[in-house]
Design a protein around this ligand. Structure first.
Ligand code: ARG
Length: 711
C-alpha cells in the first residue's frame, strides 16, 4: 500500500507542472517578457516572435476583432475567416427571409460571386501595440481630481493615437489597463468589406439552444465563415465588386490530428470585459441587486419576443438575433449569481482584502499610499446599493427595452439640428437615414408597445417613484395611463413608424419632435441616468479600484497579475482538460457526434437533428474527419481564460495550428469573470474536425477546405 502511494506520488510529480487551467488574458506585446518561459515549459513549440512580431507576419496577424463584438481568425491565403455561428448570427438573420431562410437551412457560397456583403461589419487587424504608460503618467499627478485625471488621460491618449497614425490609413487608440495604472496604444488596420461565405443551419450551429448554452458537455457546431476583401492595392476599401480577397500577412494552418487530455493550447482573441479586481462589496452588490434585476427584466423581454416569434415565421426570423443575445446574458446572470455563491467568491475576495489590510497596516508608507482604498470602496457601495436596481431598469427596461427608445435616444439630438443648425443637419442626414433603414428593417411596433407595457409596469411597481424617470412618474402608478401612453406612441411617434420618420426628415417641424412621446422618454432617460450619477461617487469608485489594483500587485509581486479584459487583443495559454464538476462526476475533454444523436429530440426545436446529418452518421460517412476511435469529435474543453468577445477565437495547439473554434464557458465557473476558478474553469470550443466535416461532408463545400492549409 505504502509503495503504491509512493508510486502515485512519483507519477503525480512527474506530470507537467499542472494540468490545471491557467488564469490570465495576457497582452501580446509582453509575451516574451512575462509568459514565454512558462509557455515553453508547458509545451509551446514556437518562438515568441512567431506569436507577436511587428516586422514579420506572426500569429497575431491572423486574428481579428470581428465587428467589435467577437473574434475571427484568417484560415486561408485568400482572406477566409472563421468565427462562431452566434457571431455571424445577426448577419445571417439579415440575409434570411421566409423563402430563403439561412438561419434554418444554412447557406454556402459555392463560388466567390455568391458571397454576401454585410454593410457595417468589419474586421480589425492589429498592427502593433506600444506601452505608453510612462508618457501618459507624465501628464498625471497625485494632486489631481479623478475627473481631471480622466480628462488628462483622454487628451494624452488622443494625442498619442494621432501621432501614431499620422500619414497612414491606420486607426489607433490608447486603452487603460489595471484600472488606471497602465496604458497601451493599439494601432489597427480596419477592413470594411467582409462577406458571408457559409453557415450551417441553426440545428447544427445553435444545437442545444439556450438549454445547453453556457454548459458542458456540449454538441454545438458553433461556427460560420466569412471572407475579408480589400481594394486591388491590398488596402481597406468599402464594398465594391472590384474588391479582391485579402492576402493576409499570416493565416492559421489547420491540424486535424486532434489533441489529448493535458496537451498545450492557447487562444488569441478580443475578450470584452472581466472584473477580476472586483471587491467583496462589489460581489455582494452583484448578487443582491444587479444580477437578479437583469434576469427579472429579461424574463419579461423574452416572453414578449416569444409571443410574437411563435405567431409568425417571418417574425420568428425578424426577432431571432435580439432574442438570442437577450437570452444569452439572461442565462449568464443566472449562472453568475449561482456560482458566485457556490464558489464562495465573496469569502475569497474578503480574504484577499484582509490580507491587503494587514499588509497596509504594516507600513506608514503603504498607509499613505493605499490606506484610503477600502474605505472608499465601502462608501461607494453603501451609497449605491439603494439605487443600483433603478440603474438596471434604466438600461435594461428603457434604453435597451423597446427598440424605439434606443432609436429615439440616438436621434433626438441630431434631429433637433434640423431647425437649429440646418447645415449640420444636411451633413448628418445620410447617416440618420442609414440608421433608420437598419432600425426599421428589424422593427415591429406591436412588440415594441407590448415591451413598454411589460417592462414599464414592472418598473413602476419595483422601483421607488422618486427614483423613476419623469415620464414614468407621470403615470402615477396607473397601468391604464401607461397603456394609453404606449398606444399613443405607437399611433403617433416618428420613432415607431418608418413613414412618419421619413416624413419628418423631409419636413422637419420642431413641434412634432418636441411633442413626440418618445422624445420625452429619451430625454428623461438622459436626465435621470446621467443627472442621477453623483460624480463624487464615480470618482470614489475609480480611485478605490486604481489603488486596490496597484496595491495588491505590489503586495504580491511574484504573482503575475493579468489585466482585466477591455476589448483589446489578448493571449491565454493552458491545457486540454477534463474536470470534475462535483463530487463523483468527471467530465471528459471531448464530445462526439454520437452525443448529438443521443440528445436528438424532434419535438424540441433546440434539439432537432437535420436529416442529412443523421444519414451521414448512420452510414459512418465521415471522410477523413473521424479520430482513431472512428468517431467525429464535436466539442473540446481546455483551461484557457476567455470571456464574451473571445467568441470565435481560435483554439491553437503547441505548433500554432488551428484545432478548434472557441465559443463558450462552462456553468460551474460562471463566476469566472469575477474570480477565476483554477480547478473548474474551462473554455468550450468546437473541434475543427467537426467544422471541416460539416463544411465538406454535410454541406458539400469541400472547395473551402481545399483553400485551407491542412496539416
Ligand atoms: N454563451 C456563448 C457566449 O456568450 C454564446 C453561445 C450561443 N449559443 C446559444 N445557444 N445562445 O459566447
Amino acid at each position: 500500500m505504502k509503495k503504491f502511494i509512493a508510486l502515485v506520488l512519483a507519477v503525480a510529480l512527474a506530470l507537467p507542472t499542472s494540468l490545471r487551467a491557467d488564469e490570465g488574458m495576457w497582452i501580446p506585446l509582453l509575451i516574451q517578457k512575462l509568459n514565454y518561459a512558462q509557455m515553453k515549459k508547458e509545451g509551446l513549440k514556437l518562438s515568441a516572435k512567431d506569436l507577436y512580431d511587428i516586422n514579420h507576419g506572426s500569429l497575431k496577424d491572423a486574428i481579428v476583432s470581428f465587428g467589435g463584438f467577437c473574434t475571427g481568425e484568417i484560415i486561408s491565403s485568400q482572406g477566409l475567416l472563421l468565427t462562431n455561428h452566434h457571431c455571424g448570427y445577426d448577419a445571417i438573420q439579415k440575409h434570411s427571409t421566409v423563402e430563403h431562410n439561412y438561419l434554418e437551412d444554412g447557406f454556402w457560397a459555392m463560388e466567390r460571386s455568391q458571397e454576401l456583403p454585410n454593410p457595417g461589419l468589419f474586421a480589425n487587424f492589429l498592427v502593433r501595440i506600444e506601452d505608453v504608460t510612462a508618457a501618459v503618467n507624465a501628464s498625471l499627478n497625485d494632486q489631481m481630481s479623478e475627473a481631471d485625471r480622466t480628462k488628462a488621460i483622454q487628451m494624452k491618449g488622443a494625442e498619442l493615437a494621432k501621432a501614431a497614425t499620422e500619414g497612414t490609413h491606420y486607426e489607433a487608440s490608447v486603452e487603460t489597463f489595471y484600472h488606471g495604472n497602465e496604458f497601451y496604444l493599439f494601432v489597427y488596420e480596419k477592413f470594411n468589406d467582409v462577406r458571408l461565405v457559409g453557415t450551417p443551419p441553426s440545428s447544427v450551429g445553435k444545437f442545444g439552444g439556450d438549454t445547453d448554452n453556457w454548459m458542458w458537455p456540449r454538441h454545438t457546431g458553433d461556427f460560420s465563415m466569412f471572407r475579408v476583401y480589400a481594394g486591388k492595392d491590398g488596402k481597406p476599401a468599402d464594398f465594391s465588386a472590384e474588391n479582391v480577397p485579402l492576402t493576409p500577412k499570416h493565416h492559421l494552418p489547420v491540424s486535424t490530428k486532434g489533441v489529448k487530455d493535458g496537451d498545450f493550447t492557447m487562444i488569441f482573441g478580443y475578450p470584452g470585459r472581466t472584473d477580476r479586481y472586483l471587491s467583496s462589496w462589489g460581489v455582494q452588490q452583484a448578487i443582491d441587486h444587479y444580477n437578479p434585476t437583469v434576469v427579472k427584466i429579461r424574463d419579461q423581454k423574452l416572453a414578449v419576443l416569444r409571443k410574437y416569434m411563435e405567431s409568425d415565421p417571418a417574425l420568428n426570423i425578424l426577432m431571432a438575433s435580439n432574442y438570442a443575445s437577450t437570452a444569452n446574458y439572461w442565462k449568464y446572470y443566472i449562472g453568475q449569481t449561482e456560482q458566485l455563491k457556490n464558489n464562495k467568491v465573496y469569502d475569497k475576495k474578503r480574504d484577499l482584502e484582509k490580507q491587503f489590510e494587514a499588509w497596509i497596516a504594516a507600513s506608514p508608507e503603504r498607509q499613505a499610499k493605499y490606506g484610503e482604498s477600502l474605505k472608499l470602496m465601502a462608501e461607494y457601495y453603501d451609497a449605491t446599493n439603494p439605487t443600483v436596481k433603478n440603474n438596471v431598469f434604466l438600461m435594461e427596461a428603457v434604453l435597451r427595452g423597446p427598440s424605439s427608445v434606443l432609436f429615439a435616444y440616438r436621434n433626438v439630438r441630431s434631429l433637433e439640428r434640423a431647425y437649429k443648425d440646418k447645415a449640420g443637419f444636411a451633413k448628418a442626414r445620410p447617416m440618420i437615414e442609414e440608421l433608420a433603414k437598419e432600425n426599421f428593417a428589424e422593427f415591429h411596433a406591436g412588440a415594441d408597445r407590448d415591451m413598454m407595457l411589460a417592462l414599464w409596469s414592472m418598473y413602476m411597481s419595483d422601483i421607488p417613484t422618486a427614483q423613476q424617470p419623469k415620464f414614468l412618474q407621470s403615470f402615477g402608478g396607473s397601468k391604464a395611463a401607461l397603456e394609453a401612453f404606449a398606444q399613443n406612441a405607437m399611433a403617433t411617434s416618428i420613432f415607431m413608424d418608418a413613414k412618419r420618420f421619413a416624413a419628418f426628415l423631409e419636413n422637419p417641424d420642431s413641434a412634432t419632435l418636441a411633442n413626440d412621446p418618445l422624445t420625452k422618454v429619451a430625454n428623461d432617460f438622459r436626465t435621470t441616468y446621467f443627472g442621477g450619477q453623483d460624480a463624487s461617487l464615480a470618482a470614489k469608485k475609480s480611485k478605490a479600484y486604481r489603488l486596490l489594483t496597484a496595491g495588491v500587485r505590489e503586495m504580491d509581486p511574484n504573482r503575475t497579475w493579468s489585466p482585466d479584459a477591455n476589448s483589446t487583443m489578448r493571449m491565454t495559454y493552458g491545457h486540454v482538460g477534463s474536470y470534475e464538476p462535483r463530487d463523483g462526476v468527471k467530465y471528459d475533454y471531448l464530445t462526439y457526434l454520437d452525443g448529438v444523436m443521443q440528445k436528438e429530440d424532434a419535438t424540441n426545436p433546440e434539439f432537432v437533428v437535420p436529416a442529412r446529418l443523421k444519414e451521414l452518421y448512420k452510414a459512418k460517412d465521415f471522410g477523413p474527419y473521424a479520430d482513431k476511435t472512428g468517431r467525429v469529435p464535436v466539442g473540446i474543453i481546455s483551461g484557457n481564460d476567455i470571456t464574451g468577445g473571445n467568441s470565435g477565437s481560435p483554439l491553437i495547439n503547441a505548433k500554432g495550428e488551428l484545432i478548434g473554434v472557441a465559443f463558450d464557458g462552462n456553468w460551474e465557473a460562471m463566476s469566472g469573470d469575477i474570480f477565476y476558478e483554477t480547478e473548474l474553469q474551462r473554455t468550450i470550443s468546437c473541434d475543427i474536425r467537426y467544422v471541416l466535416f460539416i463544411i465538406d461532408k454535410y454541406a458539400g463545400a469541400g472547395h473551402l477546405v481545399k483553400e485551407m492549409t491542412l496539416r
